[in-house]
Design a binder for this molecule. Structure first.
Ligand code: PXP
Length: 239
C-alpha cells in the first residue's frame, strides 16, 4: 500500500508570518500521525522561511513514525542534519528567490557532490532520496550516486490543465517509475498533489510513498488537520 508523508512546512509558514509561537509544528506532526500519516516531512531551508532548527530537533524527539528531512546539498545543512539524525534525507535543489521547490535536482551536473553526500548519510544509517524530474538521464544519474530512493517531481503533472497534457505527464511519470524500478531504485513522488489529482498518481506502478503538504494544510484550515490527513489517507488506501 502507498504510504502518506505529510509535509508540515506550512504550519511553520503561518507561525513565521507573525514570528510567534503558534501554530506549533510539533502538534501538527502529532495530529497527522494520529490521523494516519506514515511519515512527517519538513524542509529546513537555508533561508529558514518556515521550519526552524528547533522544529527539526523537537520533531526528532517526538515523531513516532518517520522523519523525512528535505534539504539542499549544502555543508551547513548537512552538518545540522547529521547532528539531528532524521530517518530519511531527501535532497532537493534550493533557490532563495523561489516560492517553492521549482524543479528537480541536477544530478548529472552535481554527481560527485551528491554521491559524497549520499554516502555520508548512508554511513550514518540514514536513507537518502533524491528529488528529481521524471527524466531518464536524471534517473540513471541518481542510480550512480548510490541513493536508495528517488522522489519523482509531480509538479508538471499537477500544473497541466488540458486532458492531453495531463495524460502526457502521467505517461512520463509512469515510464520514469518503471525505469527507476528497473535500475533498482525505490520510488516516491510528490509536489503539487491534491485530493483530486492524487488518484491518477496512485495508479503509477512502484510508487511507495507520496509527500503532500500544501493541499493537506490548506484543507486543514477548514476541516481540521486530523480530518484533512485522514481523507487523503483514505483516497490513497483505496488504490
Ligand atoms: N516533495 C518535495 C521534495 C518538496 O520539496 C515539496 C514541497 O516542499 C513537497 C513534496 C510537497 O509539495 P506540496 O506542498 O506541493 O504538496
Amino acid at each position: 500500500m502507498i504510504k502518506l508523508g505529510v509535509n508540515i512546512d506550512h504550519i511553520a509558514t503561518l507561525r513565521q508570518a507573525r514570528r510567534t509561537y503558534e501554530p506549533e509544528p510539533v502538534w501538527g506532526a502529532a495530529l497527522s500521525e494520529l490521523a494516519g500519516a506514515d511519515c512527517i516531512t519538513v524542509h529546513l531551508r537555508e533561508d529558514r522561511r518556515h521550519i526552524q532548527d528547533r522544529d527539526v530537533e523537537l520533531l526528532r524527539q517526538t515523531i513516532q513514525t518517520k522523519l523525512n528531512l528535505e534539504m539542499a546539498d549544502s555543508e551547513p545543512i548537512i552538518a545540522i542534519a547529521s547532528d539531528i539524525g532524521p530517518d530519511q534525507v531527501t535532497l532537493v535543489p534550493e533557490k532563495r528567490e523561489e516560492v517553492t521547490t521549482e524543479g528537480g535536482l541536477e544530478v548529472i551536473r552535481n554527481l560527485s557532490s551528491l554521491t559524497n553526500t549520499v554516502r555520508h548519510f548512508q554511513d550514518m544509517g540514514i536513507r537518502v532520496s533524491l528529488f528529481i524530474d521524471p527524466d531518464p538521464n536524471q534517473i540513471k544519474a541518481a542510480y550512480r550516486t548510490g541513493a536508495e530512493f528517488i522522489e519523482l517531481h509531480t509538479g508538471k503533472y499537477a500544473n497541466a490543465r488540458t486532458e492531453e497534457d495531463i495524460k502526457r505527464e502521467l505517461e512520463i511519470l509512469s515510464q520514469a517509475s518503471e525505469l527507476a524500478h528497473k535500475q533498482g531504485l525505490r520510488v516516491n513522488a510528490g509536489h503539487g498533489l491534491n485530493y483530486k489529482n492524487v488518484r491518477a498518481i496512485c495508479e503509477i506502478p512502484y510508487i511507495e510513498e507520496l509527500n503532500i503538504g500544501h493541499s493537506i494544510i490548506s484543507r486543514a484550515l477548514f476541516v481540521g488537520l486530523s480530518q484533512a490527513v485522514a481523507e487523503m489517507k483514505q483516497i490513497i488506501e483505496r488504490y
